[in-house]
Design a protein around this ligand. Structure first.
Ligand code: GRF
Length: 191
């Protein structure tokens, strides 16, 4: 059986767009997109799948319960975090993993070669370091911050004198190439 996919976004959603473009080109159905942020850029975009806004209204528990209810109604089995800025609680993660069947998974894309530069602003941390390369990591989500099992990584070399905007643009192109590979595997249950 094919997996049912949800994307979670809080911001510009360029990874979500890349996933949707890949999905359309490869007959993959993305079931829904959930956004927690009423000011997110993604809400202004025309996409092949509508974005459902589930705003945070002050209670993490209530917010996560609304999301779990929505996911349960849609029978979602895989969540792709794509610039989702909230930390999922261990109760959310456990609950989702127990939902419907035990094959449910949550994945995230992180802008560094984990375990280096966990947390926010990883590209900026690399850029201002003396490291010669960084990369991106796609990993399963557990209850830690960027600590789950790594599925796929891509390396990005430093180009001397490149400005930070160009560097981030170049890095995000690599994100947009790699994340759809995992969508493909997830959708066709190739794990
Ligand atoms: C990406 O850099 C991703 O690696 C990180 O958040 C950013 C989201 O960007 N987790 P976008 O919203 O997909 O453009």
């Amino acid at each position: 059986m094919q997996n049912k996919i949800a994307l979670f976004v809080s911001g510009s959603g360029t990874n979500a767009q890349a996933l949707l473009e890949y999905a359309t080109a490869h007959n993959i159905e993305v079931n829904c997109i959930i956004c927690d942020n009423p000011n997110a850029e993604i809400l202004k975009k025309e996409l092949s799948v509508p974005v459902t806004l589930i705003p945070f209204l002050g209670s993490k528990k209530a917010h996560e319960q609304s999301i779990l209810k929505f996911l349960g109604q849609k029978e979602i089995t895989w969540i792709f975090l794509a610039g989702y800025m909230r930390i999922l609680s261990s109760s959310f993660i456990d609950n989702f993993h127990q939902n419907i069947n035990s094959q449910n998974r949550i994945v995230n894309i992180h802008p560094s070669l984990l375990p280096k530069y966990k947390g926010l602003n990883a590209y900026e941390h690399f850029y201002h370091s003396s490291d010669k390369h960084t990369g991106i990591s796609i990993h399963f989500v557990d209850s830690g911050i960027d600590t789950g099992e790594i599925i796929l990584q891509g390396k990005i070399n430093r180009i001397p004198n490149e400005n930070i905007n160009d560097f981030i643009e170049r890095a995000k192109k690599i994100e947009h190439e790699l994340y759809p590979k995992i969508l493909h595997r997830a959708y066709f249950n190739n794990y």
